[in-house]
Design a protein around this ligand. Structure first.
Ligand code: SF4
Ligand code: SF4
Length: 434
């Protein structure tokens, strides 16, 4: 790979490729510093499944030196868009806009499978799909004890089965007012409900609302909001992502919030990147910038404003940085600060806590064997700390790590940081919320 030539944007053959999204690839100097951080390289050990190799493949594809063969599609498709490569790259190669654009191009170039996946993702946005997932999660929980045995017989299938969580309580709701703080509110916080969180992690939404009220915020969940669009953007379905972004921008700005709060790292990163998504939309670019400026991860807001809980949690915990919180939003300390606030909770750092755990949207459905290998790799780092609990801040990471623990470490708990803090609060303090 050291002798590969640089990608040249002027050689892009297809009129369907937006060259500006790919220009930055020419900055790659093939140093390879990104390679060891790539989760797919860590488990597959092939250059074509590492960022430097993928940059080479993307360049060759759009210049027309190679065609969109199934093998090339597979190497590009295996990228989780975790963006670790972007963060460590000394040349500032903007990897993700290029990958999203190339995936958009591949859908146009007859990717039937890619189109089907976009349709599957669209179907997931329907409330009936959410309710079905919620019901499946509740029924599937009965079979957890069988998963380790199934994992020995049918490893990939068992990993997929282990993926579905056991939702705690009824699906969470949208509505104009969810909580009012005691006393004069510090501000009005509008929360992003998201597409799967209300069904798979309703308890995390309820904990988020309760903690925001304790931190002094009036909490609203604007009606009219929808999926943030991140998974569509990552798949290359850019038009759908833009459509969803415009709907969210209208819904959130109508509520005139002081802050927009997100408890899913991938969705928060998307809202903060709406200006990039809508950079060519004259009508919405200004509004996209307003939304981005107002958006905070829930841990950023709580670390600044939540009083310490009085309740204790006697446990050893380790924290897994969600990729889109650490590498994109650069939020690393607030979740740790929140965990350190909890009396008797001991936080131990694992090796490379910001390495991807494989929980990237529908990735485990389309690449169960690789997702399983990545999750297992991460679990080994967690187990090496001796922790009894692994805490994260994103539903995708919670799903991936939980699937791994159900198969290989059933006594290890996986929790969202908000659920951990709320547990400590519930144990130790009186509160009031609507
Ligand atoms: S670190 Fe950056 S410049 Fe070096 S190979 Fe990776 S993408 Fe290219
Ligand atoms: S985004 Fe993540 S998975 Fe994709 S090439 Fe970069 S490091 Fe690897």
């Amino acid at each position: 790979m050291g002798s590969q030539r640089n990608f040249e944007p002027r050689k892009i053959r297809s009129p369907f490729v937006n060259a500006s999204a790919l220009n930055g690839l020419s900055r790659c100097v093939h140093c390879g510093l990104c390679v060891p951080h790539c989760p797919t390289f860590q488990v597959l050990r092939t250059e074509t499944d590492a960022p430097r190799g993928r940059i080479h493949l993307m360049g060759a594809l759009v210049e027309g030196r190679v065609g969109p063969s199934p093998v090339l599609r597979e190497h590009l498709d295996l990228c989780l868009l975790c963006r670790h490569c972007e963060e460590v790259c000394p040349s500032g190669v903007p990897f993700s806009p290029a990958m999203e654009e190339v995936r958009r191009f591949l859908i146009r170039r007859g990717g039937v499978w890619a189109k089907l996946r976009v349709e599957a993702m669209r179907a997931l946005l329907h409330p009936l799909a959410g309710i079905s997932l919620w019901a499946l999660g509740n029924i599937g929980a009965l079979g957890y004890p069988l998963l380790p045995l199934m994992g020995r017989l049918l490893p990939s299938l068992a990993f997929l089965a282990a993926y579905l969580p056991h939702p705690q309580g009824a699906p969470s709701r949208k509505g104009s007012l969810l909580a009012r703080p005691t006393g004069r509110p510090k501000g009005r916080a509008a929360i992003l409900v998201g597409c799967v969180m209300p069904y798979l992690f309703p308890q995390t939404h309820r904990a988020t609302v309760s903690l925001l009220a304790l931190a002094g915020y009036e909490v609203v969940a604007p009606l009219g909001q929808t999926c943030c669009g991140a998974l569509f953007a990552h798949m290359g379905s850019t038009d759908t992502a833009k459509h969803l972004a415009r709907r969210n921008i209208d819904a959130f700005l109508k509520e005139k919030p002081d802050v927009i709060v997100v408890n899913a790292a991938g969705c928060g990163a998307m809202l903060k990147e709406y200006p990039r998504l809508l950079q060519e939309d004259e009508e919405y670019l200004g509004k996209a910038r307003q939304v981005a400026a107002l958006t905070r991860d829930v841990t950023e807001l709580l670390a600044q404003s939540l009083p310490p809980p009085q309740g204790t949690l006697r446990a050893i915990a380790t924290y897994q940085d969600p990729c889109h919180l650490a590498h994109v939003q650069k939020v690393r300390q607030p979740p740790r600060q929140l965990l350190r606030m909890i009396p008797q909770l001991q936080l131990i750092e694992m090796e490379s806590p910001d390495t991807c755990c494989g929980g990237a949207g529908l990735y485990p459905i389309f690449h169960p064997a690789v997702a399983r290998a990545i999750a297992r790799h991460r679990l080994e780092a967690v187990l090496a700390t001796g922790a009894q609990m692994v805490v994260t801040a994103n539903p995708g990471c919670t799903l991936a790590l939980s699937a791994a623990t159900k198969l290989w470490a059933p006594n290890l708990k996986v929790m969202h940081v908000v659920d951990v803090v709320w547990q400590a609060w519930r144990k130790g303090a009186k509160h009031r919320h609507v």
